[in-house]
Structures are given as C-alpha cells and as structure tokens.
Design a protein around this ligand. Structure first.
Ligand code: ADP
Ligand code: ZN
Length: 730
C-alpha cells in the first residue's frame, strides 16, 4: 500500500479525467487522504472524479483553494499504476486526463455500494423436512460458507423461491443484505487440466519457472493453430494463481466468445472475471472494484483490461499477439501488446505472447534477445498442417465475372462427395466492392468520404465501409441518370455465395461475415451450428481466420491471395502471410488432413512462395532484411500525423507549415515526409492530410514530436493526431 498520507488541509495535486492539461491543487479533506486516493473534487459548478497524484504545487492563494469533497470508497491507485499511466502517456503522446479516463471506464465508481439480499446456511433445523427443503440445505452445505442470490439458490437446488423463503422464516436459511459487487469465486489452480504432451509439458515448465522468478520477462509462445498453446499458457495462469498473484488474459475482441470462458471453467472450476464491450455496466463496475481489491484472480478481457487497477499482477497473456485489433485506432492510440509489456515491466510480471504467426516486432525482439521463445512444433493429436498449393489463375479457364477456378471447383466437388466441409475465403464484405454505371463510367461513392459505396444485397443497400453510411441501391445513375445501367464489379462474399450456389445447387452454402449478424451471440450460435456440420461450403471473410474450430473442414480455397499484397502499407507482406497461414490453419484440425489452395495471378511473388513453402523463418528473415534496409519498424521508428478539418485549405496549409518548421525533429536526425492527402482523403466530411516521421531506433522521438507539435496553433475545427508506431495507413 502507498505510505504517503496527506492531513486535512494539506495541498494535494489532483489529476482529473477532464480535458485540462495540468494537475489541479485542492486541500485534503477532513480525515486526510492517501497518495493515489480516488476522490471527488469540485470543478467550476461540477463535481468530478480525480486521483491524488502528489503534493500540490502551491502557486495559488491558499485561502482560495477548494477542498476535496470526499474520498471514494475504492482502493487507492497504486504507485505502479500511476507510473504505468505516466509512461504510457509519454509513449503515446496522450494527455494524462485521457489516460485516467481509460483507467476509470466503469460507471458509478463513486457511488455507495448498492446492496442485495443473499442467502446462506442458517442455524435452526427445519420443523418439517420435505424433499425440496432438503435439496436447498444440501446445496448450501455443499458450498460451505458461500452465499447465493435467491435466483441462484433456487436454480441450483431446482426448487421454487417460496421454498427458500419458507426456510428463512424458520431460521434454517439466513437472509442478509450484501453488497452487489461481490468477489469472484476462488479459482482452483489444480481443479482440472489435461495430460500434456512432452512438448507442452516442457513449455509449461519454462513458463512456470519464469513466474517463480517474481520478476519481469516476456516469452513468445509460438505454435501452429491447434498445437495446444492455450493449454500451455493456462498452466502459467495456474502457477500465477498458486503464487497468489492476479492474471490477465487478453484476447482479440472478436475471439471473446464463451468457448474460452468455458475452457477456463473446466480448468479452474469457475468462470473468470470478464472485461470487454459485451459486459453489462453493473458487471463492469464489479470487475473494476474487485480487481482493485484483489478479489478477482483471473481477468479475461479485451485490450482495455490492461488499465484495470490490479493489486498484484503477476502475468499477462496476449493471445493472437499479432492481431491488428490490439491497436486502438481512435481516442488513445495505443498497442495493447506493447503496453502489456510496459505494464509487466513496471509490475515485475511475466508476459506470454501467443501466436501461430507472430508479428515481426515480436520476432525481432526474440532475435535481439529481449524475449524468450518457446515453440510448440506439432499440432496436438493426429492433426497435421494442411498442404498448400497455388492455383495459377493465368492458366485457368474462367469467364468474366466468375471467380471459382475449375481446379478449385474440382477440389470442392471431391470434398462434397466425401461429406467434408470446404471454406471459400474472400476478405471482402458485401456483394460487390464497386458499383459502376455502364453508360458513363461513374462509380458510386460515399457523399462523406473518398470511398466507394459497397453493395450489400442482403441488406438491399449500399454501404460505405469507412463511415458506415448506407443508402438504397439507386435504379438510375446518380451522374448521367441512365436507367438500369448500374452493374456490380468485382466480388464480395455475397456474390461468391451466388456463384457457388449455382455451381453446387445441392450443397448447403452459408456466408460468414460480421455484418450479417444482429449480435455477437447470434454470430456465435451460427458458427457453432456450422462447426457441428450445418453447412457443406462456408464462404467467409477474415472473421473465419480467428480462432474458430471447424473439425470437419478439410479444404480452404482462397479466392484472391493477391488482395493484401497491393497498397503501400509497410506491413502488407506480413499481413498477407499471417492471414493466409491463419486461414489455411482452419483446415484439417481433426483426423482428416487438410488442403489449402491459393488462387493467385503471381505465384512467383516472394510472399506467395514463402506462404506455400511454409518456411516461416525464411520469410521473417527476408522481411526483416528489407525493413532493416529501409529503416522502418521494428528497426526504425515511425510516427503518423493526421490533420483533419472540414476545410481542405486549412489542413494543407498547416501540413505544409509543419513540414517546413521541422527543427525539433531535425535535431534528432528524424525526417518528415509529406504532407500528402491521406490514402482516404476524406472521412465523414473531414479532409485528411498525412505526414510521416521517420527516425532511428534510438532517437528520442516522442520528446521531439511534442516540441515540434507545440509550435503550431491549430485553426478552429482542425484536429491533429499523432500515431506512434502506426499500424494502419488509411
Ligand atoms: P492453440 O491454442 O494452439 O490453438 P489449443 O490449446 O486450443 O491450441 O488446443 C487445440 C485443441 O487440442 C483443443 O481442443 C484442446 O482442448 C486440445 N488439446 C490441446 N492439448 C491437449 C492435451 N494435452 N490433452 C487433450 N487435449 C488437448
Ligand atoms: Zn462514408
């Protein structure tokens, strides 16, 4: 616990979550307060949440300084959390107030704990013994001192609530008021657990030993999908629990399905605490508070779970560490993988980065000796990696407007005859990416963005994938007003479904695409049904590449393996490599071996060849060589600067001025590129201009960027955002 204490009337510096760029002085309240205390302070006419960050600066008239209103009934923020927020803010060039908002994203933290009735075993014997009454008492005895809500107890005993009420009257069951935010059930590190293969057992022991050092360290756990990485890192979680420390498992948001939660329950006896967008506000508050009290041992969450107030964090697992969704792309621009390493370093905790296709960043950190590497070489059980082949589209006989090559068609026919599933992969939502007027050549675009509208036949609308705007499909060209001349160009998954259904009229064809579901639950249910054999041919976007299990799937056909290779993104090759490997990994998980076929017009392309050869080390080494030569991440540093405004002239002028006055950047040897219109030059009506800053790995980039940006006054309505280590370049 933090030792420092402020007596009533002492000046304290308070950080609030309000967009004010400094600490504010207040007087410590009656009874005093600890360093790190969560407090409520007056700000103008309002009361706002804040954290006591240190001694007040004292540069105001003491008599006029207002007092802290009250100290909230939650655990004070620990020193290491304050250090984490400060260093994360410095790294991402984010104001501290925004960091505090991230760290307090639960409602009602200041409210008095709300209460509810709970039931536990009473002292008196019931006057009359019935079967129903006995069942209730048995449940309560089985669970020792645990208390239940009325609903929980009735459900577990399989009786009506009136039975319980009757027992309360007699004193056999006691009814008490208890806070709604209750601790999570105690997990048992030795509850379940599978017998591990030799490979797995060795890996688990390495991770356990690392935990026992009680010090910081990062391990890259690499193994193909299905090699049992999850089993191995759950052993690290178990060791962490045995040591009495808290563990955090981060999953990409989309993978936060019940599947993983059920595995935790099977391994540790109870479900873990959850923190992600699907969790109710009440449950969020409970999670936040219990994590702060050390009454939640394992948290499974999305990236923002990193900002929970852990009391004794011993382990962070980042599953699918290469996943791009770990990078938050609006608000505070941070990469949860990197912030996990920072947080662990401050806490003396271990990090496990798990992936079948690690990011080049992590791969390079292993090469540099900063991370330890653990490799699981084979799939668990009989499953083997699929064979990979290219289909050279230049040699295939295919009419225009069709995308399934004869070679792929034959392979699908073969699977249909054997009663096995095929997956057709195309990373494009909707029916067609372009809607073109055949009379005038006009392409229908979004009114708000420099982007084409994508036809979604299922929704019967056109949609902008940048801003989400939709409009009905027009019948006349908005440009030349020609009637019935609008035609779809290029394939989307919905159009693939049309083609595939025509080719295989007797097969059950389904489309898996995130926009086709009203809720995550509906999507999950559908995926489970398909996995159980509810379809013969699955047509999917990258949704299917992520962690789902299709035991009967033996063929993956990639419609356009070249898709990701275009464009200027420095990670294009890496992304394509990862995505193709992940998708191919869907095939052949059970006893039947799988095959992956990649349709490509450039089978000689280095990336395609690397994917086919399956020689990952060679791919990484080549890719690393190219990045090194170009001085780009992970061997150089980069920052993206986006200026945006409804006024195009304003952003271009400001961009030009920023490029001209680059003194602070030149001082550290950094270069500025641009300004140039961003690849998507207009989003939601705002014009966007981009600059790129490149520097040496060792250069103090953030300091220089801050000094540089501070020179400029932004015109009204103009926004400047700085993205350190940008992941996307749109
Ligand atoms: P990964 O995380 O590498 O994709 P998983 O840990 O999910 O792999 O393992 C793949 C499948 O194999 C899962 O269904 C898992 O339950 C099973 N499995 C892995 N290891 C074992 C084991 N030692 N004993 C039994 N089943 C295992
Ligand atoms: Zn738009």
């Amino acid at each position: 616990m933090t030792a420092e204490f402020f007596d009533e009337g002492d000046l304290v510096a308070v950080l609030t979550a309000q967009p004010i760029d400094r600490f504010l002085d207040y007087k410590a309240p009656e009874g005093g307060c600890h360093l790190g205390a969560f407090v409520e302070v007056p700000l103008g006419p309002r009361k706002v949440l804040g954290v006591v960050w240190g001694k007040g600066a004292g540069d105001f008239d003491y008599a006029k300084v207002r007092s802290v209103l009250r100290v909230l009934d939650v655990a004070p923020m620990r020193d290491e959390m304050r250090e984490f927020l400060t260093r994360a803010a410095d790294y991402t060039l984010t104001p501290m107030s925004a960091m505090l908002r991230l760290a307090t994203r639960a409602p009602g933290l200041g409210d008095a704990p709300s209460m509810r009735k709970v039931y536990r075993l009473g002292s008196a014997d019931p006057t009359r013994v019935t079967e129903a009454r006995t069942k209730v008492l048995e449940v309560l005895r089985d669970y020792g001192g645990l208390s239940f809500t009325l609903g929980e107890l009735a459900e577990m005993a399989g009786v009506g609530s009136s039975v319980i009420k009757g027992l309360v009257k007699q004193g056999s069951v006691s009814e008490e008021d208890a806070p709604r935010d209750v601790p999570y059930p105690q997990l048992d590190p030795d509850y379940g657990g599978k017998e591990l293969s030799a490979d797995q057992a060795e890996g688990a022991e390495v991770l356990r030993a690392a935990l026992r050092t009680d010090a910081y360290g990062t391990t890259l756990l690499k193994g193909v999908t299905g090699s049992g990485k999850t089993e191995v890192y759950l052993e690290a979680v178990a060791e962490c629990l045995r040591m009495g420390r808290q563990a955090l498992v981060l999953l990409p948001e989309i993978a936060l399905s019940g599947e993983f939660i059920n595995r935790v329950e099977a391994r540790f006896g109870f479900k873990p605490a959850e923190w992600h967008s699907g969790v109710t506000m009440t449950e969020r508050r409970r999670c936040w508070k219990m994590v702060g009290q050390g009454a939640a041992q394992l948290i499974v969450g999305a990236r923002s779970a990193l900002f929970l107030p852990f009391q004794n964090l011993g382990l962070i697992v980042v599953d699918e560490e290469h996943d791009t969704s770990y990078k938050q792309e609006d608000g505070v621009l941070y990469n949860a993988r990197d912030m996990a390493v920072l947080r662990a370093a401050i806490n003396g905790a271990q990090v496990v980065l798990a992936s079948a296709t690690p990011s080049l960043e992590s791969w390079a950190n292993v090469e540099a000796g900063k991370y330890t590497r653990l490799t699981l070489n084979s799939r668990f059980g009989p499953a083997v990696m699929p064979t990979m082949t290219a289909i050279d589209m230049r040699a295939e006989d295919l009419p225009g407007g069709k995308w399934v090559s004869p070679t792929l068609r034959n392979a699908i026919t073969d699977r249909l005859e054997k009663g096995e599933q095929s997956l057709i992969f195309l990373n494009r939502r909707g029916y067609a990416p372009i809607t073109l007027c055949r009379a005038c050549g006009h392409q229908i675009g979004c009114d708000q963005c420099d982007a084409r509208m994508v036809e979604h036949r299922f929704l019967k609308r056109l949609m902008c994938h940048q801003c989400g705007e939709t409009k009905p499909m027009p019948t006349v060209c908005p440009h030349c007003e020609a009637e019935d001349k609008l035609a779809p160009v290029g394939p989307g998954v919905e159009r693939m479904a049309e083609e595939v259904t025509a080719l295989f009229p007797d097969a059950r064809v389904v489309v898996l695409s995130s926009d086709l579901y009203g809720s995550a639950r509906a999507m999950k249910a559908h995926i489970e049904e398909i996995a159980r054999g509810g379809a013969d041919i699955i047509i999917g976007t990258q949704l299917v590449a992520k962690g789902h299990n299709f035991p009967n799937l033996t063929l993956v056909g990639v419609i356009d393996a070249d898709l990701g290779l275009q464009g200027s993104d420095l990670r294009a090759a890496e992304r394509t490599f990862q995505l193709m490997r992940q998708v191919a990994g869907r095939a052949g998980r059970a006893e039947v071996p799988g095959a992956a076929m990649l349709q490509t017009f450039q089978p000689e392309h280095a990336v395609i060849r690397a994917i086919l050869a399956g020689d990952e080390e060679k791919f990484w080494a080549a890719e690393a060589g190219e990045r090194k030569a170009a001085g780009v991440p992970p061997y150089g540093r980069m920052a993206g600067i986006i200026l945006s405004s409804p006024n195009a002239e304003d952003v271009f002028n400001l961009g030009a001025e920023m490029a001209r006055r680059d003194g602070p950047l030149r001082q550290i040897g950094a270069q500025v590129y641009g300004p140039a219109p961003a690849p998507i030059a207009r989003v939601r009506g705002r014009h966007r201009v981009r600059l790129l800053v490149k520097a040496d790995k060792a250069a103090p980039l953030q300091k220089a960027l801050a000094a540089w940006a501070a020179q400029f006054r932004l015109p009204t309505n103009t926004r400047l955002s700085i993205d350190i280590d940008p992941q996307s370049f749109y």
